[in-house]
Ligand binder design. Structure first.
Ligand code: ISL
Ligand code: CA
Length: 580
């Protein structure tokens, strides 16, 4: 990034829209039931028609797939399941030919336990060459190694159970914040950092346009790895204070920037996935002057409908909470930092089921409303595959329908604790990550045109009605609404440059805000009715008869100072406003 930038809003990605592909579930070209790179190549024209600027590819590297590729056993190759490096080069070329960019998933908080680095680290034993590349510790003193409570500290893993696994051969434990097949790398070791940097440069030289960095704010752990406060439900300690944005995180990201990105000739995009990051921290991470990352994924707004029992403890979202949270992030990152805007990804349930209304009457309309609200915020919008079709949560009948390690582990552990089957399934149906991972719905044929074989996870039966083919043909579809929103990002500078001002923050059904682009003298007004009943609102002065920029329903009359929004209606108005 050039030194003389006025701020993040002047960067190339400030008016870009990113589309996330989860390759396993996108398109299968060889009928083995698993999506692959050739499948992506065959669907690129669809993405070009949607108009997105950047594709983010979830991991396609060799992997035992304990966590669907987020457990990597070789960073510089392609898993045969997805194709070859030659297929990758063809994909990259085809993406660039269409004027889009390609961003890779960088998963370097941990590797697979089948990565050669880890097997060398484990089998070399204490004192071995690569021992220090991972986090090895002896058992807790006075405890019988390998028994519960003998772990070096009390941290629980994100995927249930302790964050440590015992290696009998060497008598030590290794740390894994995620599954036992995802050992954490030791970032305090300079060799580890240099090796990762070299690997990243290798991909940039191949032509990729940046990285989405998996849980990158977890790479610096507090010295001593202290115990965390014990969580009643699981009995494990919450170690997050000792690894979320740990003591050396800014140093490591600045160093990575220096070693990998500085002076690179092509425009790149970097986005750090950062569970638990605060607004203040995110402003530091994304301040262009600090040269760390371009933007971050934060998690506050996708935790608001969660009870004290954790992510599977479901409670209804309060709209006032969502507005307070997103509004605080808009204000908090201000002119200095930059937001990533997302409701959906491969870890989250489908947004139309979660924050909208996926019943036939309001499914399309509420999906368009959610998209409108999100895309009109300040930041870079992310679209997750199928979101642009209003794909909904899946009707999982029993535990046998789930594939995700997080869901399966949770089910196993809750059963052991005596929780009832139906209660567990209810949590999984609402929150399970497999909701986002059912195959992309291309058409109404068997398996939705995703595969000619048997899909690795069942296709949502609603694909007969909800699919890309039908929506491409219908100018009023959710797909075309997303296409228009993406086009607006490119043509209306107020979306990028306008400041953000929340209206009626205490209203429980209305999401309303303005975006004022002072430099160009343009102001936008966004009105969204988050509910299935009519809603009458009083507008601020001066919006009568203003132009409609985009809406999810045809207007019945010009805007008046008091107007009625129909169920799940969203509209965006535009006016000139020079003076203040
Ligand atoms: O979905 C979650 C578990 O409840 C999140 O906490 C998730 O694990 C977290 O957002 C980190 O996600 C990333 O790293 C994980 C991987 O499983 C996710 O798919 C990835 O997005 C470990 O690599
Ligand atoms: Ca395949």
């Amino acid at each position: 990034m050039p030194e003389n930038l006025a701020g993040p809003a002047d960067s190339w990605w400030s008016n870009a829209v990113v589309y996330q592909i989860y390759p396993r579930s996108f398109a299968d070209s060889n009928a083995d039931g698993i999506g692959d790179l050739q499948g992506v190549i065959e669907r690129l024209d669809y993405l070009a028609e949607l108009g997105v600027d950047v594709l983010w590819l979830s991991p396609v590297y060799p992997s035992p797939h304990d966590d669907n590729g987020y457990d990597i056993s070789d960073y510089q190759d392609i898993d045969p399941l997805f194709g070859t490096l030659a297929d990758f080069d063809r994909l990259l070329h085809a993406v660039h030919e269409r004027g889009m960019k390609l961003v890779m998933d960088l998963v370097v908080n941990h590797t697979s336990d089948e990565h050669a680095w880890f097997t060398a680290s484990r089998d070399g034993g204490p004192g071995g060459d690569k021992r220090d590349w991972y986090v090895w510790r002896p058992p807790r003193e006075g405890m019988e190694p390998g028994t519960p409570g003998a772990e070096p500290n009390n941290w629980g893993s994100f995927f249930s159970g302790p964050a440590w696994t015992y290696d009998e051969a060497s008598g030590e434990y290794y740390l894994h914040l995620f599954s036992r097949k995802q050992p954490d790398l030791n970032w305090d070791n300079p060799e580890v950092r240099q090796t990762v940097h070299a690997m990243m440069r290798w991909w940039l030289e191949r032509g990729v346009d940046g990285f989405r960095m998996d849980v990158i704010n977890l790479i610096s752990k507090a010295p001593g790895l202290p115990d965390g406060p014990v969580h009643e439900g699981s009995g494990y300690g919450d170690g997050s204070a000792h690894y979320i944005c740990g003591p050396r995180i800014h140093e490591y990201l600045a160093e990575m920037h220096r070693e990998v990105f500085d002076g690179h000739p092509r425009p790149l995009l970097t986005v750090g996935e950062m569970p638990g990051v605060t607004v203040e921290q995110a402003r530091r991470f994304t301040d262009p002057a600090r040269r760390e990352v371009d933007m971050v994924f934060q998690f506050e707004h996708v935790g608001l409908d969660q009870g004290p029992g954790g992510k599977f403890d479901v409670r209804p979202l309060k709209l006032t909470d969502l507005k307070a949270s997103l509004g605080r992030w808009q204000a908090g990152l201000g002119e200095t930092g930059w937001n990533s805007l997302y409701f959906s990804n491969h870890d989250q349930p489908r947004v139309v089921s979660r924050f909208g209304d996926d019943s036939p009457a309001y499914r399309d309309r509420s999906a368009k409303l959610l998209a409108t609200v999100l895309h009109l915020h300040r930041g870079t919008p992310y679209v997750y595959q199928g979101e642009e079709l209003a794909m909904a949560n899946a009707p999982f009948a029993s535990i046998g329908d789930f594939r995700d390690i997080e869901s399966l582990n949770h089910h196993r552990d809750q059963l052991a604790l005596g929780t009832g089957e139906e209660q567990i399934l209810d949590g999984l149906r609402h929150r399970g990550r497999d909701n986002a991972r059912t195959p992309m719905q291309w058409d109404a044929t068997e398996h939705a045109g995703f595969t000619a074989g048997t899909p690795w996870i069942a296709v949502n039966p609603d694909h007969r009605r909800v699919n890309a083919k039908a929506q491409l043909a219908d100018p009023d579809s959710v797909f075309h609404h997303y296409r228009r929103l993406i086009e607006l990002r490119h043509t209306e500078p107020a979306l990028t440059h306008g400041d953000f001002h929340m209206l009626h923050p205490d209203h429980e059904q209305l999401y309303a805000f303005t975006r004022h682009d002072r430099e160009r003298g343009v102001e936008l007004l966004v009105l969204a009715n988050f509910g299935g009943t009519d809603l009458t609102v009083d507008l601020p002065d001066g919006w009568e008869d203003s132009d409609t920029l985009i809406a999810n329903l045809p207007a019945t009359s010009p805007l008046t100072s008091r107007c009625t929004l129909r169920p799940w209606e969203a509209r965006v108005h535009r006016r000139s406003r020079t003076a203040d």
